[in-house]
Design a binder for this molecule. Structure first.
Ligand SMILES: Nc1nc2c(c(=O)[nH]1)N[C@@H](CNc1ccc(C(=O)N[C@@H](CCC(=O)N[C@@H](CCC(=O)N[C@@H](CCC(=O)O)C(=O)O)C(=O)O)C(=O)O)cc1)CN2
Ligand SMILES: [Zn+2]
Length: 771
């Protein structure tokens, strides 16, 4: 018998994005809810079987979700705010209304706020706990899925988001952090206790509670909140009916600052991330040891990258844990939700490259191989073919270094990171030069990526149409979008990004050093997926990427057209980075490539250039002490390097979404952009207070409506929003825009929404000039 293997969670969208397809068809009225349920059940069964066939011992159930697992947990706890309940919709439709808003015969409600899930490109819905909320067990989803697997002959380990993480991420109706009073703690803990008792009745062996929030710095009261919750939950592991074991699963970092507390609670197992939290977690194990009866589940297979596991390294980690305890199990470092499904059918990559890659299915295989190697004696390990073949992947260099890139980086000087003249002076020059009105209106860049556009691109890929035909089609799209923007009266226009499949993949495809996949999709939010490009070698730009379409768009109008680029930090964060060189170096290479593009756009007559850094906050280390030393100290200069070469009158914009900036607001100001647009409509507007407090110099467009929902906002609603913004910001610094790009929206909702937005800006502008 080999070491026990556990999987934190498995991707749920399906190898061919089946779940996405059926749910989106359902939303359009083209599939029934029964069809959705059937596809979901088929996927679950396929994924369980796949793990069982490969010998995984603790297979997760309830890791499936139609939209998001935080949303499922809110529903499980009965935390459906009244405005959604009052719509009177069925179970799935209520869930979708919370996820994406609802506008129809039953009412008009916005969606719950959406936020980044720790340091990933996955987004969760922020549960809202109303004053009047009655916390009680309100869904049978975890039990149903456990029984569904059982009926297939597969014993699973039900997985739930733990109560501590849930409560730390939930908010009050105004987006405020909760007050964790005894009543709330009792009620939430009581539901989890009830869940455990029910699983005992059903005969489950293990339940996993995910507590990633434990890897964050602790605030006052956190430890007592955690202890308060688990003091009520742990006793429910046994009842007159039997008992169940509890696995406390942590991931995305270390729990060094609370490991002793975790140890003392007497969990049956504690899951530790030995990839991202390696040193501190091992140090904590060594320092405090492991309680009698607790198994350490060592997360050695990285659940967040796509590279093959280095078995020698993992065996070293396994041996290190065994120095402390013999009770060891193996797992992925976090849920495999964050990696693509499988290499099977991936014919976009050649074999030598594929040998270095492991997606979810391959990672399951790695866990099993490691479990066998972990139990092999020293001589068996020495003779192991598996180990030798694995070692060969890590011996020697994969790619030749690019000497020209290295020389350019070596030649960088301090002044390359500082734009001249200083910002206040630039903003004044730009005001006269660009001739913009007060409260200028603009959009974030993309316009609807309709089925038709995607189909044209698919046709080009398959060789059904020529490049020239495709280009003509894109030019038509641009003509139309320019004309429409002029018609509704936007001040700074965009070309619409029709030529791009994705804002990161597109740049990857036009830069040296990147590779792409055909179908390596990863869920980003709801039914939306991304296909990150792979960094394989040193990065550089062979030729201009966006100049052609930006200049074309500018040639079609007298208005300003904003050039549109993705910034270096975002390109790296939304790609699969190399692990043989630092993120800092890869980002620097990207900065130089995008810098060349900025200068080429300027030379081609583009006077406003937006460099999106949508993912800047995403990889901010979870521990505050690492923020500057491990990240901001190079990520912010990387952005400055991109734009420091332009003239004072060229206006540099940046854009960010789904992040919290309050605590890094001065760092964002230090990017030295002239203008920033950001997401602010789904979340609370405390960011405006932060802007005010920090004397933020960058002009700013806090999004006045949510584009991740099909709902059309009214003009009045946006007027109110603008007035609220003006109560906190200097009017000369305010821009009016949606909170992100419009690519996921349809034409039908896009144009009325923008008309309302422009009309709202005009009304408020008129009020201002009357005063
Ligand atoms: N990388 C990245 N991360 C991000 C964002 C982002 O824009 N990009 N935005 C934020 C929110 N997250 C988002 C993630 C994905 C999408 C999104 O729109 N994804 C699309 C896919 C975009 C894409 O790559 N499209 C390709 C391929 C489209 C496709 O599915 N084609 C069909 C064939 C065409 C057809 O429909 O007939 C196929 O391959 O089967 C293209 O346009 O070429 C989707 O899930 O639907 C939006 C926002 C945060 N993170
Ligand atoms: Zn955005």
């Amino acid at each position: 018998m080999s070491v026990v293997t556990s999987l934190v969670g498995f991707p749920r969208i399906g190898a061919g994005r089946e779940l996405k397809r059926v749910i989106e068809r359902y939303w359009k009225g083209q599939a029934s809810i029964e069809q959705v349920r059937q596809v979901a059940a088929d996927l679950r069964s396929k994924h369980w079987r796949l793990q069982a066939d490969r010998g995984i011992d603790l297979i997760a159930s309830n890791d499936f979700s139609y939209y998001d697992q935080m949303l499922d947990t809110a529903i499980l706890l009965g935390l459906v705010p009244a405005r959604y309940r009052n719509l009177g919709l069925g179970a799935e439709d209520t869930l979708f209304a919370m996820g994406r808003g609802y506008q129809g015969p039953q009412g008009d409600v916005t969606a719950l706020p959406m936020k980044k899930w720790f340091t990933t490109n996955y987004h969760y819905l922020v549960p809202e706990i109303e004053e009047s909320a009655q916390v009680k067990l309100s869904s049978s989803k975890p039990f149903d899925e456990y029984l569904e697997a059982r009926a297939l002959g597969i014993e699973t380990k039900p997985v739930l988001i733990g109560p501590y993480t849930f409560l730390k991420l939930a908010r009050g109706p105004q987006g405020e952090v909760l007050h964790y009073d005894a009543g709330l703690i009792d009620a939430v803990a009581a539901v989890y206790a009830q869940v455990l008792r029910r699983f005992i009745e059903l005969g489950a062996q293990w339940v996993q509670l995910d507590e990633p929030y434990l890897v964050l710095d602790k605030e006052e009261g956190d430890i007592s909140l955690f202890k308060g919750l688990y003091a009520r939950i742990l006793p429910a592991r046994s009842s007159s009916q039997g008992s169940v074991k509890l696995l406390l699963q942590t991931y995305f970092g270390h729990v060094g600052d609370c490991y002793e507390t975790l140890k003392l609670q007497g969990f049956d197992a504690i899951g530790l991330d030995l990839v991202e939290g390696r040193d501190e977690n091992l140090a904590a194990l060594n320092r405090y040891g492991v309680s009698e009866g607790t198994t350490i589940v060592a997360g050695v297979v990285n659940g967040r990258n796509i590279w093959r596991n280095n078995y020698a390294t993992s065996l070293g980690l396994i041996d290190a844990v065994r120095q402390v305890t013999p009770r060891l199990a193996l797992s992925s470092s976090c849920s495999l939700l964050h990696v693509p499904f499988s290499l099977e059918g991936e014919n976009g990559l050649d074999e030598t490259v594929q040998a270095h890659i492991a997606f979810a299915v391959e990672k399951v295989g790695e866990l099993e191989e490691l479990a066998q190697l972990a139990d092999a004696g020293e001589s068996d390990r020495r003779e192991s073919q598996v180990l030798a073949a694995n070692q060969a992947l890590f011996d020697g260099k994969r790619v030749q270094a690019d000497a020209a890139v290295a020389a350019r980086i070596a030649g960088l000087k301090a002044e390359d990171y500082a734009r001249q003249p200083e910002r206040a002076q630039r903003q004044e020059l730009q005001r006269t030069e660009l001739g913009l009105p007060l409260l200028p209106t603009t959009t974030i860049g993309s316009f609807p990526q309709t089925r038709e556009i995607r189909a044209e691109r698919a046709r080009l890929r398959k060789g059904e149409i020529s490049q020239a035909e495709y280009d003509r089609y894109i030019a038509d799209c641009i003509d139309q979008v320019i004309a429409k923007q002029e018609q509704i009266g936007l001040d700074v226009l965009v070309h619409g990004e029709f030529e791009r499949n994705d804002m990161v993949e597109y740049f990857g495809q036009h830069l040296k050093g990147f590779l792409f996949t055909q179908g390596a999709w990863v869920q980003s939010y709801g039914t939306r997926c991304v296909k990150p490009p792979i960094v394989w070698g040193d990065i550089s730009r062979a030729e201009p990427i966006t100049v052609r379409w930006s200049s074309y768009a500018q040639s079609q109008t007298q208005h300003l057209v904003k050039g549109m680029l993705t910034g270096p930090v975002t390109i790296l964060n939304w790609s699969w980075p190399r692990e043989d060189v630092s993120h800092e170096l890869q980002t620097q290479q990207l900065s130089l490539a995008i810098r060349d593009e900025v200068l080429d756009l300027e030379a081609a007559g583009i006077r406003v250039i937006q460099i999106d850094e949508a993912a800047l906050r995403e990889k901010l280390p979870l521990r505050r002490s690492d923020w500057h030393t491990h990240y901001l100290n190079w990520a912010i200069p990387a952005f400055r390097l991109v734009h420091s070469g332009v003239k004072a009158t060229t206006q540099i914009h940046t854009h960010m979404c789904y992040s919290e900036f309050n605590d890094i607001i001065t760092d964002i100001d230090a990017m030295d952009a002239d203008v920033i647009s950001f997401e602010a409509s789904r979340s609370d507007l405390t960011v405006l207070d932060a802007i005010q407090a920090a004397h933020f110099e960058t002009e700013a467009g806090p999004g006045v409506y949510d584009i991740h929902s099909p709902r059309i906002p009214s003009q009045v609603e946006m007027e109110d929003r603008i007035r609220l913004i003006l109560s906190k910001m200097d009017v000369s610094k305010v821009w009016i825009n949606p909170d992100c790009g419009l690519k996921t929206r349809g034409e039908a909702e896009t144009w009325p929404s923008l008309e309302h937005m422009v009309a709202a800006a005009r009304v408020v502008r008129a009020e201002l000039t009357q005063e």
